[in-house]
Design a binder for this molecule. Structure first.
Ligand code: NAI
Length: 330
């Protein structure tokens, strides 16, 4: 029987995978701890480890897993920037869950945008206190604005479709442009510089790679319109937090919606309210009146979880039965 060790699990993960495992009968152990060098030896005797976005599988960790006998890393997410693929030991493979719900993430990006623009978080807090004033709640029409979309894969395309419904002009940048889709959907590919220059709203939908780490920094922000709204549901490290805070303080960035943060590992998905441990940049951002931060929840819909559960289990079954898998990262 295939033995799998799950890292960084919450109650909802357990419930989900217990439900799906009825059809597969793998031997599963759930750990709350994240995967790192200290926790990797716990995988001794397991065939596979199942990890999520904030588990770190760097070279040393992968080597320990290899020594433990682990043959497969099962990502129960789409992104794989947290696994050092280049240093994957011989005889070890990585699978993931692509396309589990582009709608979940794109719709969350729109929720962040509307919340930032129309100050929903502020008015909610006010009306709760029976304060029905409008001072400080002025927003802008999204209709007629130019939206810059970086990354036009599955999520980016769903986001563009929704934005087209708002009556916007969409400029896009992708390292592999899909001109057919652009024609059909009515958006235009452009250079990054032009996108920065012309967009009123910029939404990030590309994966994190060595090349685009910190792509939103003081130099790129300098090229943007004053008052630009930035939405990031992709990966935190696409943005340099110090430069972001500086630009927010100067009013260059007019609004910010984040579902990810570059140092999120110790905080996101955890209840840290009773801890004294804080991240300075995160704390500064949380105090700013034009910033909305959610805790890597864009994926978190019923439909997306069902897909993650089913496809992860199918990936494991396929790999251990055939040595192959349609969702190989490597
Ligand atoms: P995808 O693979 O369908 O699309 C990614 C697109 O980005 C591709 O068209 C690719 O050519 C493009 N790209 C790659 N490098 C680029 C660069 N340097 N600049 C511009 N474009 C680049 O991926 P999908 O499913 O659309 O997901 C996008 C990202 O969303 C994921 O990589 C992940 O980081 C993030 N994500 C976040 C979630 C959340 O809960 N917040 C959940 C799922 C994904």
């Amino acid at each position: 029987m295939v033995k799998i060790l799950f890292y960084d699990t919450k109650e909802y993960d357990k419930k989900l995978f217990e439900r799906y495992n009825k059809d597969y009968e793998f031997e599963i152990k759930y750990l709350e701890s994240k995967l790192n060098n200290e926790t990797a030896p716990l995988a001794n005797g397991y065939d596979a480890v199942c990890i999520f976005v904030n588990d770190r599988a760097e070279k040393e960790t992968l080597d320990i897993l290899k020594e433990c006998g682990v043959k497969l890393i099962v990502l129960r997410c789409a992104g794989y920037n947290n696994v050092d693929i280049k240093n994957l030991p011989e005889g070890m493979s990585v699978v993931r869950v692509p396309r589990y719900s582009p709608y979940a993430v794109a719709e969350h990006a729109v929720a962040l945008l509307l919340s930032v623009d129309r100050k929903i978080y502020k008015s909610y807090q006010r009306t709760k206190k029976y304060n029905f004033t409008l001072n400080g709640l002025l927003g802008f029409d999204i209709h007629g604005k130019t939206i810059g979309v970086i990354g036009t894969g599955k999520i980016g395309k769903v986001f563009i479709n929704i934005m087209k419904g708002f009556g916007t002009e969409v400029l896009a940048y992708d390292v592999y442009p899909d001109e057919k889709a652009a024609q059909k959907m009515g958006f235009k590919y452009t250079t990054l510089d032009e996108l920065y220059e012309k967009s009123d709203i910029i939404s990030l939908h590309c994966p994190l790679t060595d090349e685009n780490t910190n792509m939103i920094n003081k130099d790129s922000i300098k090229k943007m319109k004053k008052g630009v709204v930035i939405i990031n549901t992709s990966r935190g490290k696409l943005i340099n937090s110090d430069d972001l805070i500086d630009a927010l303080g100067k009013g260059k960035i007019g609004g910010l919606g984040l579902d990810v943060f570059d140092e999120e590992e110790d905080f996101f998905l955890n209840d840290m309210s009773n801890s004294y441990y804080r991240n300075t940049e995160l704390s500064v951002l949380l105090t700013m009146p034009n910033v909305v931060i959610t805790s890597h929840q864009a994926f978190f819909t019923k439909e997306a979880l069902d897909k993650i559960g089913k496809v992860s289990m199918d990936n494991i079954k396929e790999f251990f039965e055939t040595g192959n898998c349609e969702n190989f990262v490597k």
